[in-house]
Design a protein around this ligand. Structure first.
Ligand code: CUA
Length: 338
């Protein structure tokens, strides 16, 4: 039968396509995914420097091994003659044991140096931000400030900031690739790390320890901004949420308070004081819904309220029996919370 292509031939023909696809897919990543090789913070800078050292050592070793392999293949006969006379023993000891030992000790020492530098902790008096991991979102608080927010923390640019980490359930890991290496959140422990952003901007963070079904949707945003803006954020965090301005927003607030929402979510300055889910006092200003699951706009917000299980299956918010007429009001109210 000639109609069917031979599978081997076909897969061989598809190989370049697969390689090209892979390259394009990786190229596509560079636009959105944060890269640890594009550091904007002290800790990430050290990690990136170490990465490049390892990279160039690997390249050097690879090239050296390939050259030796070629040499061995091309001049095998002559080498055999020399082996008989025991001459290359010194070469084997130096290249096979001495050089690897020097490389490994150097890399180990560099790793220890960076570990010590990062482990020193922030300078005394550094701003502290408390981050608590939940399946699958991040609770953010600042000691001495009444409010809380979720999946977004602000830091003053150029300053060392202490991050105090807890988890209420399973292991999570706090990682901002462009700013700092990972720190695990361990049940029953309070762990501390620190970061320092060298330039202002928004940096995506990600839970880096598998923590259940929605581990991938446990992202967050670190906003590094001038001190003045950071202080304004702190002030907002400590203030009551914005009150409703329009009729729709007022109806939405009522629906929120009287429905099941307030049982799980808090909105500062209102009777809603639930502590199960994220505080929603500034939900209208957040970068995403569901810790990076979907963009924060009216359509996605409505879909999330009605049945977040279709958006982020397994999350702890059950589907809400909200009357269709109430949904636009609820959306209007929540979007006004900035
Ligand atoms: Cu939290 Cu993975």
């Amino acid at each position: 039968m000639e109609t069917r292509a031979d599978p081997t031939t076909r897969s061989q023909r598809l190989a370049p396509v697969a390689v090209l696809g892979g390259v394009l897919a990786l190229a596509g990543c560079s636009g959105q995914a944060p890269s640890a090789l594009d550091p904007a913070g002290t800790g990430a800078g050290r990690v990136a420097d170490l990465w490049w050292v390892l990279f160039w050592i690997s390249i050097a070793v690879f090239v050296e091994v390939m050259v030796l392999l070629a040499w061995a293949l091309l001049f095998r006969r002559r080498r055999d003659a020399r082996v008989r006379h025991g001459q290359p023993l010194r070469f084997v000891v130096v290249a096979g044991a001495g050089v690897p030992l020097v490389i490994l000790v150097t890399v180990y020492a560099l790793g220890l140096r960076d570990l010590a530098a990062l482990g020193d902790g922030p300078e005394p008096g550094a701003t502290t931000i408390e981050v608590t991991g939940h399946q699958w979102w991040w609770e953010v608080r600042v000691p001495g400030v009444a409010g809380a927010t979720a999946n977004e923390l602000h830091i003053p640019v150029g300053e060392q900031v202490r991050i105090r980490l807890r988890t209420v359930d399973v292991l999570h890991s706090f990682w901002v690739p462009q700013l700092m290496p990972k720190t695990d959140l361990i049940a029953g422990e309070v762990r501390e790390t620190w970061l320092r952003a060298e330039r202002a901007g928004s940096y995506r963070g990600q839970c880096a320890e598998y923590c259940g079904t929605q581990h991938a949707h446990m992202a967050f945003l670190v906003v590094a901004e001038p001190r003045r803006d950071f202080d304004a954020w702190l002030a907002r965090l400590g203030s009551p949420a914005a009150g409703p301005q329009t009729d729709a927003q007022r109806r939405g607030q009522q629906a929120f308070a009287q429905g099941s929402c307030a049982g799980c979510h808090a909105i500062r300055g209102t009777d809603a004081n639930g502590q199960v889910g994220p505080d929603l006092s500034d939900v209208g200003a957040r970068w995403s819904i569901g810790a990076g699951a979907v963009p924060n706009d009216g359509g996605h917000l409505g879909g999330w309220i009605a049945n977040s299980q279709t958006v982020k299956p397994g999350n702890h918010m059950p589907p809400q029996p909200v009357p269709a007429a109430q949904l636009p009001d609820l959306i209007a109210y929540l979007q006004s919370l900035k």
